[in-house]
Write a protein that binds this ligand. Structure first.
Ligand code: AVJ
Length: 323
């Protein structure tokens, strides 16, 4: 029993690889140097990220789950949706909290997991949906922004973006994403978005520079991926990891810093990259929000913020927005 998941592929591995190569060329030749967070999530990186979520300093994972455990039923009752669209997969215990709450309304029929990685869908979805034999599952392999319009409009949708993933986007990308999503949804459909909240610098920096060094290994793994995928010769011992709170941008910036001057060859891009001693290259950003700030961004994109969930300590927020 259980429906065999259908998967629509809007983005092939070749498309994704070509986009990443183009991005690496742009990022390695720009000032300052910068990489897309996608370089972090190969098999080893995904494993390290799992370990990050288990570090005592990394509160966002636990805090979001607490918020959902408290508020999933309220979200389900407000949204009155029969279709659960999850952007990005892998946070299965959290997906289950929402699927269960939506089941309790008696309306849930369809589950649409969307991810840029076919492998991530194959890994996360079967185990997740095994507990819901009557659920119609329709996966979509695609890019959050470019392929939003191809998300099937089977019924009344609740779209969710968990994990604080929206914090990874640059402001312009965030605006483009929220606007595209709003234009895709019909009046009366809902969007639930998780956002980590601004707090004291010490707590924030510790969350992104844990004592066990797991986050450092995770960010430095981007260089290993460049070595493997592009044939680059980054010397991993030549770089330190730095997590910096940048208040003007309200974000943590994750960077690798060259310990000495280095020349790095990147054969697949036909590129030679110079690093000065102390030069930093950004590997990821993690934007922190306020309740009013995210509500204003949603409003500007055509949504109404109609609900708010948070953990008891008020560390992480989730906004329910109505189109
Ligand atoms: C998966 C983007 C939510 O920003 O907290 C955690 C990624 N990187 N530690 C975050 C991350 C290093 C994480 N998100």
């Amino acid at each position: 029993h259980g429906t065999l998941p259908t998967v629509d592929v809007h983005l092939t591995q070749e498309d994704a690889d070509a986009a990443l190569r183009a991005d690496a060329h742009r990022g390695l030749t720009s000032t300052p140097k910068v990489l897309r967070p996608q370089w972090l999530y190969d098999a080893q990186g995904s494993e390290l990220f799992e370990q990050i979520t288990a570090q005592p300093e990394y509160y966002p994972f636990v805090a979001e789950r607490e918020a959902l455990a408290l508020g999933a039923d309220e979200v389900a009752r407000t949204a009155q949706a029969d279709t659960f669209v999850e952007l990005g997969s892998g946070s299965s215990t959290k997906s289950t909290l929402l699927l269960d709450a939506m089941s309790r309304t008696g309306l849930l029929r369809h589950y649409v997991p969307v991810d840029v990685s076919a492998a991530a869908l194959e890994e996360a979805v079967p185990g997740l949906v095994a507990g819901y034999p009557d659920l119609d599952v329709h996966g979509v392999v695609g890019d959050f922004i470019a392929d939003l319009r191809s998300i099937p409009a089977v019924g009344r949708r609740l779209v969710v973006l968990l994990g604080g993933t929206i914090g990874n986007f640059e402001p312009e990308d965030r605006r483009a994403f929220l606007t595209a999503l709003s234009e895709t949804l019909s009046s009366g459909e809902h969007f639930l978005v998780g956002t980590d909240l601004v707090k004291d610098e010490e707590t924030l920096v510790a969350a992104y520079d844990d004592a066990a060094g797991v986050t450092a290994a995770f960010e430095l793994n981007a260089l290993t991926v460049l070595n493997r995928v592009l044939g680059a010769d980054f010397d991993l011992d030549g770089f330190d990891y730095v997590a910096a709170w940048v208040p003007q941008s309200s974000r943590i910036e994750m960077r690798v810093r060259a310990r000495r001057a280095m020349t790095v060859r990147v054969p697949a891009l036909d590129l030679t990259v110079e690093f000065a001693e102390g030069e930093e290259m950004r590997t990821e950003i993690s934007t922190k929000f306020t309740r009013a700030g995210i509500a204003a961004e949603l409003d500007a994109a055509g949504f109404d913020a109609v609900g708010w969930l948070t953990d008891p300590a008020g560390r992480f927020g989730m906004t329910l927005a109505r189109r």
